[in-house]
Design a protein around this ligand. Structure first.
Ligand SMILES: *Cc1c(COP(=O)(O)O)cnc(C)c1O
Length: 375
């Protein structure tokens, strides 16, 4: 008999999480201001060793807000990985900036830092670093290149809660860092996001922009057009409670990955993101697999066969440099970024929810082996 369906992701909400949210409700703090918001922001700033934290509605807003807050001009170039989520590109296009895509490293799946310097021009205004699937970008090498050219780094740490690089928290690098607390992220508030920075002027600007740009002292007079990107106190309360378990959560993700690796390491036909790189241990936001280019079976077929065994999966990101929307903004994409394209066509991830039992992990690993063997 088949076990019941195992979704690729599902949140783990504890009794303490519930208690905290209930507390916020019974205290009457339900809006986007108040003690729960302050607590959540302060806790994130403390964990990530940052001076300022600005909570927002989601991780996409966090990126939009940072881009809006930095005084970029149309035509300015932003260097970013192709292999990432659309959220990294959307505000770049809306503001009339020029995306300059970097291919991925075939081993880590992160942006290939070695390729960055050649892409820097006199119009480059920022480099967006995105830690992919829980493994860190080489921030040492990237910071050196950026520093040499005086270009700020924006760090998207949405997939990197609790991850360190050379002993430093991800979320602490560069001019500003962004997080998402979406339902499948390592720390979740259902929907939610955060910007972190040590730059006080930028922090004040973002804080104003995310909350309708009220003028200080004359609330309903506006010198700028802002947004309402506020997160609610209920979400912040959940976040505070989740952050208490951040080390536990990452430890369990690594434990799950360890069980998978026992079964899947060295298996013919697939590559797995490494557990270790110089200076970082994978925090395994997801457990991703890459089918060999020569594979006779497609990702779609593997997904279908796992689905028949009641196992949910998800394909990898479709590379940004191939997104059809680029042409609407006047960009044609003739350049090939082979690694990003391979990841986009041959990658998928399997369930690694915190709520999974070890027996379920074993079942998934064995099912996958069977599917790959019978191709
Ligand atoms: C999830 C994610 C986002 C977007 O976050 P949302 O909260 O879903 O808007 C941005 N960047 C990366 C790298 C992500 O993984």
């Amino acid at each position: 008999m088949l076990p019941s369906f195992i979704p690729v992701s599902s949140p783990l909400i504890t009794a303490k999480d519930l208690e905290m949210v209930t507390q916020a409700l019974s205290d009457g703090w339900i809006s986007g201001e108040g003690p729960y918001i302050d607590l959540f922001e302060n806790k994130m700033a403390e964990i990530c060793d940052r001076k300022f934290a600005i909570s927002v509605s989601n991780g996409t807003d966090a990126l939009d807000l940072v881009f809006q807050g930095l005084n970029f001009e149309p035509g300015d170039e932003i260097i970013l990985p192709s292999f990432t989520i659309i959220s990294c590109l959307s505000q770049i296009l809306r503001m009339g900036l020029v995306p300059v895509f970097v291919d991925a490293d075939p081993v880590t799946w992160n942006m290939d830092v070695q390729q960055v310097e050649a892409l820097i021009s006199n119009k480059t205004r920022a480099i967006l670093a995105v830690h992919i699937y829980g493994l860190a970008v080489d921030m040492d090498a990237l910071s050196q290149i950026a520093g040499k050219h005086g270009i700020p780094i924006i760090e998207d740490a949405a997939e990197a809660h609790g991850l360190t690089f050379q002993g430093k928290m991800c979320g602490s690098f560069g001019l500003a860092s962004t997080f998402s607390f979406y339902a499948n992220k390592n720390i979740t508030t259902g929907e939610g996001g955060m910007v972190l920075t040590d730059d006080e002027e930028l922090a004040n600007k973002l804080r104003s922009l995310k909350n309708l740009s009220h003028r200080e002292g004359s609330r309903f007079v506006h010198d700028e057009i802002g947004w309402n990107m506020r997160i609610s106190s209920l979400q912040a309360a959940l976040g505070v409670s989740q952050l208490d378990r951040i080390h536990e959560i990452v430890a369990r993700r690594r434990e799950i990955a360890g069980i998978y690796s026992e079964h899947l390491d060295g298996l013919n036909g697939i590559t797995i993101q490494p557990r270790y790189m110089q200076g970082a241990e994978n925090a395994y936001w997801v457990y991703g697999l890459l089918l060999d280019e020569s594979s006779e079976i497609s990702v779609g077929q593997v997904q279908q066969r796992l689905q028949e065994k009641n196992i949910g999966t998800r394909p990898f990101f479709y590379p940004l440099h191939k997104q059809p929307v680029l042409t609407k903004y006047g960009f044609s994409s003739h350049n090939r970024l082979p690694v990003s394209e391979l990841l986009g066509s041959n990658g998928f991830y399997i369930p690694n929810a915190l709520s999974l039992e070890n027996s379920q992990i074993e079942y998934i690993a064995n099912s996958l082996k069977e599917v790959l063997r019978n191709k």
